[in-house]
Structure formats: structure tokens, C-alpha cells
Design a protein around this ligand. Sequence first.
Ligand code: SF4
Length: 440
Amino acid sequence: MNIYVRTNKFTAGPSAFVTQEDLLALRGARLLGVNPPVRDFAFMDLWSKPLGLLYLLQSLRAENSVALLDCVWEARAGLKTYGRQKTAKHEIEKPAPYAAVRRRYFHFGPAREEIAAKLAKMEAPDVILVTSVMTYWYLGVKWIIELLREIFPAAKIVLGGVYASLCPEHAARLGADYVVRGRAEPAAPYPAMDLYGAIDYGVSMTSFGCPFSCGYCASGILWPRYRRRSLAEALDEIGHQTALGARDVAFYDDALLLGKEEFFYPLCRELRARYGGGLRLHTPNGLHVRQIDGRCAQTLAESNFKTIRLSLESIDPKIARESSGKVAREEYAAAVKNLRAAGYAPEDCETYILAGLPGQDIQSVKDTINFVWDNGGVPKLAEFSPIPGTPLFEAPAQKLPALRSEPLLQNNSVYCSYFSRDITPEELQELKDMTKRRAL
Ligand code: SF4
């Protein structure tokens, strides 16, 4: 008898799809959450934690036993700045679609034997919840599902996460028993970070979604409704993680500064009162520069925000329209001026610039890079990735129909230079070089 499900989806369901609500009905089960290894040309731990999975495990632990296997965390290979870790990797053969790419391809995570040995020591789970992130990382997901299937043949495997949400039909062919369809806000007040033991950094989402709708961004698909959490909820989430040892906190918000008077300033005030200068804060997602006036810049500095990323995208008006017109040249210049006046150095003002958008003129990328240098920031290239379901997916998919069926082609590291051919690898390298040093 299956004692751990209230819904009949798991006992009888011929359907490959379930919802978060179905998962929340689990009772009396041994659950194992799994964050797969990453397979890609490059990977960097920008305070990367499988936040959705951790919220879900927290929601389920009152009625079930929960455990975690985070393959990225298992491959930690030495502390970097602000609590982040290097991730061990080994080179692997490139999958066929990347045969022509002149770059090395890696498995970021422990080797098979290491993971297998770790899993073999665990009590066999009833249900395994596998998460996923980038669509073009699905080979790491497939790899771990195959291994889990081998070691725990009786367990039901459920695949969720960003890739599963964006490419459900593709995800349904990866070998899991069920795929989570549709998205829902977390049902827990904070993520189950204690499953890592002591932690160096915490992560927080004070809001879900974004009120803008940029043509290349999946935020509106993943979070159809923009909602700000309450100040008490945000502080509770952070407090839970500082109690576990976190001295750094990264915000995953898409729109942290929106409504800053009502939320961000009170949050910073409270964090200063509680932690003094003892907590370092980071915003790996770009901040909306229109919001960074003098007071905002001062608040960021006084509140110990150490890592700031600015969203500029492009000074080309055509491209800026695709970016919801979030920022004008003057606003960017003013924001950097305010940040510099608050004590931030140019290298603290790293600025995202988009490259490889459909129809984008390479000269406009160069102009934007120079504009950032001229205004005292440091440019950082963000290569376009065509994400299924976004408005800017259709044109590339008409040009390259295989984009619809092969997520590997959506990889931002190689899409524009190898598959769309909008930029040659040499041109892309030239742009990257321009972001590394100021042209004389
Ligand atoms: S502002 Fe940022 S998060 Fe919001 S839709 Fe645009 S790119 Fe996405």
C-alpha cells in the first residue's frame, strides 16, 4: 500500500505531469531533493542554490522526512570571496550539437562513482525531487536521473524547476516518472538551508517576478504575477539563514529596488539595526538603474551591499525598447555617479550589456561598452539566449527550427557566435576583450 500520497496521481497516474499542489499532498514519505550537476562550457557559483527545491523541501518536511543531494555543493573545491565556492569539474566529450564549437566542455560536479557511493549510503527514498535550471543544462539532469534510477529503482522520480517549466514536453522524455507543470509561489516561509549544515552564505527572494516584460526574459513565464513579500517575511528568511552561519546574503529578486520607499529602505534599516556591518549583501541579478538616486546609492553603501550589478542592456533605442525602456543614457550616468559618490569603485559598478540579440548591430554593442567605460562603470557582456516562450524566441526559432527541439542550442555561451551566426566567434571575442580593458 502506498501510504505517502493523498492524491492518486502517484499511485494510478498515467499522466506524466503533476503540479506543486500534488507534491504538497505528500505524506509520510522519505523524500530526497536533488540538484543535478551542471554540464556546460563554463559555470560560476554566483551564490547558486536550488532555491525552489529548498522551499519545497521546507514545505514538505513537517509531514515527510527530507534529505538533500546538491551535486554542485558536493563538488565544492575551495572558498572564494563572499562565501562562494569554486566548483570541481572534469572535461567530458561534447554532445553532438556542439561538435563544431571550439571550446572545452565540462561536467561541474562530482564524478559518477563519488555520487553513486554517496547515494548508496542513504536510506532509499520513496520519492526523489530533481530540480533543473537552465534549459541547456538538461544533460546533467538526464545523467543524474539515470544514476538515481539505477541506485533507487523503486523510487518515483519527479522533475521540476526552470527547465521543466520552460520545456515540459522535452523534460517529459528525460526518464523521470513525473514532470512538474506550471509554477506556484513557494509554500514555505524560507528555504531548507539547514540541509547543508553550517552555511557561508544565504539566499533570499523578497519578491517574485517582475512588473516589466522584456522580450528576451523568462521572468513573466516563471512568475506570471509580480508580488512583493512582507518585510517580516523577508527578515525571517534572512534571519533563519544567519542563524545557520551565513555572513553573506544574495538577493535573487528581479526587481529589488522597485517601491524602494515602502520596502527596500525599511529592509535595509532593519538589517543594519540587526546585524550592524556584520552582514554582506549581494545583488547578482541586475539592479534597475533608474532607481539609483543619491539616497538609494547611500543606502546600498551603508547597508554593506558589496556586489552590485547594473542593468543597462544597450544604449541603442531599438534594443532599449526590447528591454522595456528601463533605462536611458542619462539615468545610467546619474546612477553610476551616485554610486561613485557613495564610495563604490568602478569595478563595483559592473554593468550588464546584451550582445547577440536578433538584429542587433555589433557596432551598437561596442558603443554601449564604450559608453559604460566613459561613465565610470565596468561593462560585462551578457550573451543573448533564446528562451522558449519569450517573444524573442520566435524569430530565432524560425531561422533555426531545431531550437524548438534541442535546448542545447539555446546556450548563451555559443548561441549567437555558433548557431545564429549573428556574431562570429572572433567578433564576440573582440567584444569580450573590450570589456576587459578600456581601449586607448
Ligand atoms: S526588468 Fe529584468 S527581470 Fe524584469 S522582465 Fe526585464 S530582464 Fe526580466
